[in-house]
Write a protein that binds this ligand. Sequence first.
Ligand code: NAP
Ligand code: F7E
Length: 347
Amino acid sequence: MKTALITGVTGQDGSYLAELLLDKGYDVHGMIRRSSVDYHERIEHLKGNKRFHLHYGDLGDSMSLVRIIGAVRPDELYNLAAQSHVQVSFDVPEYSGDVDALGCLRVLEAVRLCGLAESCRVYQASTSELFGKVEEVPQRETTPFHPFSPYAVAKQYGFWIVKEYREAYGMYCCNGILFNHESERRGETFVTRKITLAAARIAQGKQDKLYLGNLSSLRDWGYAKDYVQCMWLMLQQERPDDYVIATGEQHSVRDFCRLAFHCVGIELDFTGEGENEKGIDRRTGRVLVEVSPAFYRPTDVVNLWGDPAKARRELGWDPTSTPFEELVRLMVENDKELVRQHEEYRT
Ligand code: NAP
Ligand code: F7E
């Protein structure tokens, strides 16, 4: 039986990866942070499993990493923990740098200090944000980086320190350059989930309007459940390498909005431009979507589109298993039910 350690196990990806590895028969250890509430929504259902273990630690605390890694002695370590919100990284740039850049170094160094450099394989959650102010479309492994936020600059350090440890110490460590991936478990302030929740609430008369930032921003959105399989596949290869993981399809925030509202029976027409653009309910004429500059970023990444050819070829991964329309539908269906239950609970 293999042993895996997941940092960021309470997050969207961590929770799906834990499920995947438990299904594969792994002993799964997750690192959690102390918080004032003990409820971890995304992994609560796994807590009774005898092969699922939790340890307190923090990417900002080397000693906790050495303690956990030394005790667990994982065969595979997935470093998913991060301050993962790009807009928030402009508000907390130093913290984002500490956790997302140095945190990755701390993990790698802890693996080495625990004498596991030859036995423990490490996955680093790298990101399409590294391409930032893009220099090529679509983006692939050879596309030059141009990080465009404190988050991306920190993740850039993580990317290079992983390569450095691979070359300097011969460690099996990989960067998964993952494009945006979403799900029913996506954090509620990322644009997709914000839209699917709002569509569900508006359709049930529990919200009047949705305020968004840049509607023209383009993303390559995939399904998180499909993407965690790639993380695992990267650690099963003969040699470590870095891979772009994407669907190869691109849509705007506006497209996402249109489709999400369509899934709750509302057809949206967009009129106007920039801050004056509005999404209007075709049937009633009501304005349901407006632009708020509060959601604009000092620098915004607006043209992400990945080329997953290498992952398809070398990992045998199918980027089309959950089409865009299906992803939006899954998220909206989930949120319709969530909004309905919430109302029942309150009454
Ligand atoms: P997420 O839902 O925001 O989860 C982040 C996880 O990191 C949570 O478990 C969080 O714990 C933990 N964490 C944050 N700060 C920490 C710290 N100082 N020490 C220990 N744990 C800490 O993120 P996600 O969407 O699952 O993404 C997983 C990873 O992939 C992240 O590294 C992200 O940057 C990267 N990534 C994500 C995407 C995407 O589209 N989702 C794309 C590319 C790369 P709490 O629950 O206690 O807050
Ligand atoms: O923004 C625009 C916004 O916050 C997507 C993280 O998982 O993926 C994620 O980062 C786009 C941006 O994700 C709103 O300006 C418009 O252009 O959903 P997001 P992100 O910044 O792409 C990457 C790959 C990661 O690595 C990160 O960890 O949508 N946008 N209006 C908005 N964004 C938000 N959040 N809220 C809005 O109201």
